[in-house]
Write a protein that binds this ligand. Structure first.
Ligand code: NDP
Length: 610
């Protein structure tokens, strides 16, 4: 039924009933809310630890433990660690050590080698340091192997392999007050010393498994998508999984990862069963090769300009030109920026907060109706199409973009097993049970994502012991406490990169780069003053914590109403460790501006040098 309210009129004719859509969203959400929230997942340790073994290295690596000293130790060799290392090299820091669990740099792009893995943020924005590296990606959206290669190229270009330690898991980092040094212990027996430490552990780095009954009973082959077993499946990141030709394969999960690998599984498996709890919103991808003429026309400074343009648009701001012009910017322009701007123009005044929120809700529904219509248009079986329709607001879950995913369900060898929001019932020796029906399988793949919303130190896998024996796990037990997300009182010469009370960005490396530049600025000042330590003051930290709490409330209501997922701690939006709970509520543009202004005024307020 078309609607006819004042605000709706501003959007033009709407061919849906907002009340009915609202009811449906609530119904689908309520069906999925569970009391155990994050506790529904099992931690990948003890009998589950094989799920995090590294399948990409030769077994049996050994080396002598180290007891030496470096200037800066960076924990994590993903984009956070690489950007930190690059910015420090630019500042002339000679002694840098990357410490990384994996067999090489790359982080996410080291681990996630599943078939079809690619970045769904535009590569010209997403891949760091393109101008510094003199590199233009091959496609608008890069495939994982290219991003992994780019990570390695950054490490080579900035000499970050020198002194790097791979296949090394940090077990503890402890402050030595007498020497003003950090002592880093590892699972290789190391006890290294560093003057400064930078934590770049990554926000989604620890795989998680569903805590379903019988999880360890299945006797077929099984692995998590972030540890893809090509030895079993055959093929490579481009697909062609010949090992699955005579196999019944099951995959649990339909998030961003599953959306990318399911088309390849569908092509290669004898039969594929996709076990779905909540469908993703899957919009058009439209990937293409880089236009070389365009690449040749780029002028110095182009990447930062493009990153800024994208970041403004996907933060709900407005720009005269949409340089990236893709699914991401389309959502934000139609649901936030442009829709609101047009409404203001039409009314000749600003919208009230109530009108603004109503308009954004309706624009969101309109966008999601398009996504639902796409499922209906592509999937031949109307029942299956119906089950693939996402019934929630666009940003309740991560938007996905893919041009072959929905089509895969038209293959005769692919079955969607929709669990009506309840998830898989249990595993047996032979396969997966849903609705009391057993699906016998040869291989079961977990596309069940990564730990989010547990404590920082649990996800990192080690604790940090600061001044007076205080552990970081104790200090942050009631929630994160930082200055600008980067430093915390009691932990001198220690920096955090990532989403620790910083602003979340669609293109994560953009935020990491801003953070790395900020840390570099502080370390430049340490060198200039010739001091031993730099640390957030208690007042500086408290000021930022207050600011975070005051601003974080902005988005909490939205997530409280969302269907469960890792964005809202599985329906418990108040979780102090939740993805968005500690983030800066006014968004990245304002956050980067705060950092810029702080650097520009040279007062270093909230920081103590000694
Ligand atoms: P997600 O956490 O997004 O997805 C996990 C999936 O497992 C969900 O579909 C979830 O269902 C399902 N699931 C969990 N438990 C059960 C159960 N008991 N029964 C059935 N299904 C279950 O993980 P992903 O690895 O897909 O993605 C994680 C993130 O990684 C993305 O959100 C994105 O940020 C990033 N990513 C980015 C890419 C890029 O292109 N840049 C590509 C891939 C990933 P439910 O929704 O109901 O919880």
């Amino acid at each position: 039924m078309p609607v006819d309210t004042d605000i709706a009129q501003l959007l033009g004719r709407l061919d849906f009933d907002p009340d009915a859509v609202r009811d449906k969203y609530r119904y689908e959400r309520d069906k999925r809310v569970r009391v155990d929230g994050n506790e529904q997942y099992v931690e990948v340790k003890a009998e589950f630890s094989q799920y995090v073994d590294d399948p990409y290295v030769e077994p049996g690596f050994t080396r002598e433990p180290l007891f030496d000293e470096v200037e800066v130790a960076i924990i994590g060799g993903g984009f956070g660690g690489l950007l930190m290392g690059a910015r420090l090299r630019e500042a002339g820091v000679k002694s840098i050590r990357l410490i990384e669990k994996a067999g090489d740099v790359g982080g996410t792009w080291y681990w996630n080698r599943y078939p079809g893995a690619m970045c769904d943020v535009e590569s010209y924005v997403y891949l760091p340091l393109l101008e510094e590296m003199g590199y233009i990606p091959k496609h608008k959206y890069s495939f994982a192997p290219e991003i992994f290669e780019h990570s390695k190229a950054i490490a080579r270009r900035f000499d970050l392999y020198k002194d790097a330690l791979f296949q090394t898991g940090v077990t503890e980092i402890r402050w030595d007050e007498d020497r003003s040094r950090w002592i880093i212990s590892s699972d290789r027996g190391d006890r290294m010393t560093a003057r400064f430490i930078a934590m770049a552990n990554g926000p989604l780095s620890r795989p998680k498994l569903p805590g379903i009954p019988g999880i360890n009973e299945f006797t077929g082959h099984t692995f998590h998508t972030s540890r893809w077993d090509y030895g079993y499946t055959g093929g490579d990141s481009n697909g062609n999984l010949t090992g699955l030709a005579h196999k019944r394969v099951g995959i649990i999960g339909t998030g961003a990862t599953a959306v990318q690998c399911i088309p390849h599984l569908g092509k290669s498996a004898e039969h594929l069963y996709v076990f779905q709890r909540t469908p993703s919103s899957v919009d058009v991808r439209n990937n293409r090769e880089t236009d070389q003429e365009w690449a040749r026309s780029l002028q110095p400074g182009w990447q930062q300009q493009r990153m800024d343009n994208f970041n403004i648009l996907v933060s709900g701001g407005d720009q005269d030109v949409d340089m990236v012009s893709d699914g991401w910017t389309d959502i934000f322009r139609s649901v936030t920026g442009i829709a609101v701007k047009q409404a203001c123009r039409h009314l000749g005044r600003r919208l009230t907060p109530q009108e603004r929120s109503e308009l954004m809700e309706l624009a969101d529904m309109r966008k999601m109706e398009q996504v639902r219509a796409r499922a209906e248009a592509i999937v031949a079986d109307p029942n299956v199409a119906e089950q693939l329709k996402p019934w929630y607001r666009q940003f309740c879950k991560r938007p996905c973009f893919h041009d072959e995913y929905l089509d895969t369900y038209n293959r005769p060898n692919v079955t969607l097993v929709d669990t009506n929001g309840q998830g898989v019932q249990r595993l047996t020796e032979n396969g997966v049970v849903v609705d009391d029906q057993e699906y016998p399988l040869d291989c079961l793949i977990f596309a069940t994502g990564f730990e989010v919303g547990t404590s920082y130190t649990r996800r990192a896998g080690y604790d940090i012991i600061g001044r007076h024996g205080q552990t970081l796990s104790e200090k942050w037990s009631g929630g994160l406490r930082t200055l600008h997300g980067l430093q915390t009182n009691g932990f001198p010469n220690c920096f955090f990169l990532g989403f620790t009370q910083t602003a979340i960005t669609v293109s994560v490396p953009h935020a990491l780069n801003e953070q790395a530049k900020h840390v570099r600025h502080i370390l430049d000042e340490v060198a200039r003053r010739g001091v031993a330590t730099v640390e957030a003051t208690p007042e500086g930290e408290q000021g930022w914590v207050d600011e975070i709490h005051a601003k974080a409330r902005l988005g909490m209501k939205f997530y409280a109403d969302c269907t469960p997922g890792y964005y809202n701690s599985e329906g418990k939006a108040g979780n102090p460790n939740g993805l968005f709970s500690g983030s800066y509520g006014e968004g990245p543009i304002k956050f980067f501006q705060i950092l810029d202004e702080w650097r520009a005024d040279k007062e270093f307020s909230g920081v103590n040098f000694s």
